[in-house]
Design a protein around this ligand. Structure first.
Ligand code: NDP
Length: 490
């Protein structure tokens, strides 16, 4: 007992009694001088930070990325510089719609966020377990998310809002098809693929740009639950993914993903039938085959969930030399909004928190604000602005990307004009076997429970355009008469 540490206040003062508050007499009121009581209550009031409006419920772990194939001809990023090279990283997975206390086994997209602590600063790839998304224009993103969250009056989730929005936004059909398919309800995040989803760029040492997509293929195999299995699981445990991921890593069964890229030459833009920067489209593997890059392994659980997972801040704005952005409109918006969300949730200096702090040197001229707990960045304290004559950090023109030759008149271009939103959802439907197709249509019909018939009918029209069997199958299951839709479906 004698070698136990002394309990202290947060200022380090020893605490004499942590059981009884100070009162005036045995039954009397408590005294304001009982600082330890006040500190405990005040801290408890401050134990929560705003939860993420999306992707609130999450699970994460640390790991290692290992290069297994040389892609340095595409990217000068040091993380890819030699086969066998290892880089520390952290991953956070999540559902999208549920709040912090939501059950894990829900039909929803899974966030798949990675932060690589490279020697050139942090590279964050903030993707999903799906290669596409529901919308392609960020103007629609807040509206879409409102349909996934609670109704303002009932405070319940609203299938009517979801299908109303989706049926009025045909670009969502690809992602809706994935969500309603087997892969929309994974057993855990060890059993999902990850995708960077957006198109990014890679820049080579000789300043050549290519467009890339990132793919992470699960080496644990795909495993999913039916709706009925998930309902039973939720009855037993709301934390099935946390139990699965944390438990596997604790016992040394480290989950792994094979990492690939697809590469599109810069000059191919304009030659494909789809816009390669459209987040609702994939690049068919037949046109742009997967190129092996490496392996991702998660091998260490965090010591403190709040400090290391709740406060982990991933932002697509974090890129390293050799990896760049693309004109994808959704990516462009996320470059702003993720960092902004962290400034709001965690505070101005969130990048200095241990889990977010780059393992490389950080030199900037941002100054003060709440929780400024890092040192001056310059060796000379007079160098606190830029330019300066006191040997402060300076820019590195060598890192400039080659110019991007894309321009046009500023306007609000209709993103639905001339866009085929049906081919790729149809391709996905056709690559499923008849059992998978059956479950997809069962899940969709179940999700439409209570939705007005005219909204269901509007959605079925999109399904018919993707594949007639898809539309007819959901019509049968929902009992909606679509005899007048044949002509419109052409
Ligand atoms: P391929 O036949 O080359 O590949 C099919 C892809 O579909 C594989 O990546 C497979 O993942 C994935 N897949 C299988 N079942 C599902 C499902 N229920 N939900 C989501 N993905 C699934 O096809 P193409 O490249 O020619 O594309 C055809 C269609 O496949 C696309 O329209 C798209 O819907 C889907 N797809 C394509 C991807 C791409 O990047 N090209 C990526 C993911 C899906 P796995 O290998 O892990 O089994």
């Amino acid at each position: 007992m004698t070698d136990r540490k002394k309990l202290t206040t947060s200022a380090g003062n020893p605490v004499a009694d942590n059981q009884n508050s100070i009162t005036a007499g045995e039954r009397g009121p408590v005294l304001l001088q009982d600082y330890q009581l006040i500190e405990k209550l005040a801290h408890q009031n401050r134990e929560r930070i705003p939860e993420r409006p999306v992707h609130a419920k999450g699970w994460g772990a640390y790991g290692t990325f290992t290069v297994t194939n040389d892609i340095s001809r595409y990217s000068k990023a040091k993380i890819f510089s030699e086969v066998g090279k290892k880089t520390d990283m952290i991953a956070r997975f999540s559902t999208v719609a549920g709040e912090l206390g939501a059950a894990d086994a829900e039909r929803d997209v899974r966030g798949f966020s990675l932060k690589f602590y490279t020697e050139e600063g942090n590279w964050d790839l903030v993707g999903n377990n799906t290669p596409v998304f529901f919308v392609r224009d960020p103007y629609k993103f807040p509206d879409f998310i409102h349909t996934q969250k609670r109704h303002p009056k009932t405070n319940l989730r609203s299938p009517t809002a979801m299908w109303d929005f989706w049926s009025l936004s045909p670009e969502s059909l690809h992602q809706v098809t994935i969500l309603m398919s087997d892969r929309g309800l994974p057993v855990g995040v060890r059993n999902v693929n990850g995708y960077g989803s957006h198109t990014y760029s890679m820049i080579s040492a000789d300043k050549k740009r290519v467009w890339v997509k990132f793919h992470f293929k699960t080496m644990q195999g795909h495993k999913h639950w039916t709706n009925a299995e998930a309902a039973e699981m939720v009855g037993q445990s709301r934390e099935t993914t946390q139990e699965d991921l944390f438990g596997a890593i604790e016992k040394g069964d480290f989950p792994k993903w094979q990492v690939f890229i697809q590469v599109m030459p810069e000059e191919d833009v304009g030659k494909t039938w789809y816009n390669p920067f459209d987040l609702t489209k994939v690049w068919p593997h037949g046109d742009y085959p997967l190129i092996e890059v490496g392996e991702l392994e998660l091998n260490r659980n965090p010591e403190n969930y709040f400090a290391e997972i709740e406060q982990a801040a991933f932002a697509p704005s974090n890129i390293v030399p050799g990896i760049g952005f693309s004109p994808d409109k959704m990516l462009q918006a996320r470059i702003f909004s993720y960092a902004d969300a962290h400034r709001y949730r965690l505070g101005t200096h969130y990048e200095a928190l241990p889990v977010n702090r780059p393992r490389s040197e950080v030199n900037h001229y941002h100054k003060d604000g709440p929780m400024r707990f890092f040192d001056n960045n310059a060796t000379n304290p007079d160098a606190y602005y830029e330019p300066n004559s006191f040997n402060g950090p300076v820019e590195s023109p060598d890192f400039a990307e080659p110019p991007l030759a894309i321009s046009g008149d500023a306007d609000r271009y209709n993103h639905r004009d001339g866009n085929d939103d049906y081919k790729q959802p149809g391709d996905l439907f056709r690559l499923m076997n008849s059992e998978q197709q059956g479950r997809l249509m069962d899940n969709m019909a179940a999700a439409m429970g209570g939705v007005p018939k005219e909204i269901i009918k509007r959605q079925i029209l999109h399904l018919l355009r993707a594949d007639p069997a898809y539309g007819h199958g959901v019509a049968e299951r929902t009992g909606v008469d679509i005899s007048d839709l044949a002509e419109a479906a052409q």
